[in-house]
Design a protein around this ligand. Structure first.
Ligand SMILES: Nc1ncnc2c1ncn2[C@@H]1O[C@H](COP(=O)(O)OP(=O)(O)OP(=O)(O)O)[C@@H](O)[C@H]1O
Ligand SMILES: [Mg+2]
Length: 264
């Protein structure tokens, strides 16, 4: 199914054909995932996922329901074990490390469905995100920075997380990830279930964080949204990376959208 270079006149190609270098544009890879396989018992979560995230860029993982986006992000963050393949962060392997050790390296996940402590306050949830921070004197400053990024959280710092709106919970999940001072932020479906105006504000915030130097790996079902924000994207299909290209190339490629993303 994958177009071979030169056949289509576009630069969209199967990662295997072009090599992982394609995503980097010469920049150093902050994250490099090769041949990732994750099993849930006898079931395969992802079979063969390879991609890289260059430092300072935004990379999107696209794919329809069950393609393996969440499994991939969870495996990178150490929440689910990998059964094969490698995950290198700043050139060093992190696969096999526990989640707390991975976040300490500088990689934080805002998970699908937020996974908040709903009985605890906004501020307690944020402070939990700072658990890996070694120099605890930094924490008040980190907290203030998150509140500056999401003023709504500052207004509601004593509110229980379980009583927050969907948009506010999404802010909290991202804010909690930011509390660990990540160099790479993993965002899993940050637009899911949110109203268009909230999504727009959320993405403006991501854009600002990115401009401040944060590297971002984003999983999104909303293809248009992801390709508007990302520099580069990889398409997953039944647990495999089947295509990659610059966001513009993938956005312009109707065939890609039709075949892999179910867009008519
Ligand atoms: N805990 C689990 N136990 C068994 N199978 C699972 C588990 N979590 C995910 N899977 C399976 O792994 C595959 C990949 O699922 P995953 O949630 O990673 O996809 P996704 O791309 O994030 O989908 P969505 O867009 O719906 O969030 C699917 O076939 C799914 O059924
Ligand atoms: Mg998912």
């Amino acid at each position: 199914m994958s177009p071979t270079p030169g056949q289509t006149g576009t630069d969209v190609a199967a990662p295997a054909a072009r090599g992982a270098r394609q995503g980097s544009g010469g920049a150093e890879a902050l994250l490099k995932v090769t041949g990732l396989e994750v099993r849930y018992g006898d079931l395969i979560g992802v079979a063969d996922v390879s991609f890289e995230v260059p430092v300072g860029r935004v990379v999107a993982l696209l794919g329809s329901n069950g393609a393996g986006k969440t499994t991939t992000l969870n495996a990178i963050a150490g929440i689910v074990p990998t059964s094969n393949g490698s995950v290198l962060f700043e050139g060093k392997p992190v696969h096999g490390l526990p989640a707390h050790a991975i976040v300490r390296r500088g990689l934080a996940l805002s998970p699908e469905g937020w996974r908040l402590f709903v009985q605890q306050t906004v501020e307690s949830n944020l402070l939990l995100g700072a658990t890996p921070v070694v120099d605890k004197r930094k924490i008040p400053h980190l907290l203030e920075r998150v509140y500056a990024t999401f003023p709504r959280l500052a207004e509601r710092r004593l509110q229980r997380a379980g009583t927050m709106s969907g948009g506010e919970r999404q802010m909290l999940a991202v804010g909690r990830a930011l509390m660990s001072e990540p160099r790479l932020l993993l965002l899993d479906e940050p637009s899911l279930g949110l109203a268009p105006a909230v999504i727009e504000t959320m993405y403006e915030t991501f854009q600002r964080l990115h401009k401040e130097g944060l590297t971002i790996l984003l999983a999104e079902q909303s293809v248009d949204l992801a390709l508007e924000f990302a520099d580069h994207a990889y398409v997953l299909q039944v647990g495999r990376t089947v295509l990659s290209g610059s966001a513009r190339e993938l956005a312009d490629n109707a065939e890609v959208q039709r075949i892999y993303l179910g867009v008519s």
